[in-house]
Design a protein around this ligand. Sequence first.
Ligand code: FPP
Length: 255
Amino acid sequence: MRPLGAASAGASQAASLVAVPGGGAVPRHVAIIMDGNGRWAKKRFLPRFAGHKAGVDAVRNVTRAARAMGIEALTLYAFSSENWRRPAEEVSDLMGLLRHFIRSDLDELTRENVRLCVIGDYHAFSPDLVAMVDDAIARTAANTGPLLAIALNYGAHAELVLAARRLAERARDGVLDPASIDAAMVEGELDTRDLPPLDLMIRTSGEQRLSNFLLWQAAYAELLFVDTLWPDFDGDALAEAVAAFGVRQRRYGGL
Ligand code: FPP
């Protein structure tokens, strides 16, 4: 695997693809807005929790499929900074499922050389969950294989505001010339700084918006909106998405 560094901006992202024999290119970094759990449950006359639970199974399947395809980084939108607006019971269910996922899947991720990381301010979660997430990150920190980034209490606006604030503080302290601030410097302050440039953003369930997810990083990403509800999204669906990506023409503003 190539070494990971701070993501690079604009045209330099053109170098981010891995060619696969006989096919298109496999995206290095795929992000997914996992939408449609509630509708999946409703269609089956089940409580919303059942949809989220089935969503965790889809997380497991898609993570395995991404590894098998050689995708270097997979970023999953598990809990947005706006999801606190949901009923307390649903928020608590989602936290419970995250706990369950870490307990049940960490051994496999460790064994498979996956490095787990988190984007977003998960320190707003309850202390026991923060400790679990910290432990999971620490246990996989030395792994050199694919990256699984889980977005927890993540919002792109908050991420960019924090980045701006940190740069402004350094300028105020006289250690940074404001005129020297460039895109790479901003990227170095983002939660995704250790991930490869984003190549493909997928949203399931037919909705067509980014919902405050990776807004900076999506600048040159290919966007794919599919009707499949997240619990039904599997390895085959990911393969189809990767195939659709492989035939896209990326020009980065050029011809
Ligand atoms: C959106 O579907 C989904 C979420 C807000 C949560 C996604 C969470 C999971 C898949 C499970 C936890 C993840 C991990 C990594 C353990 P929705 O409920 O808004 O669906 P709807 O629009 O059909 O109501």
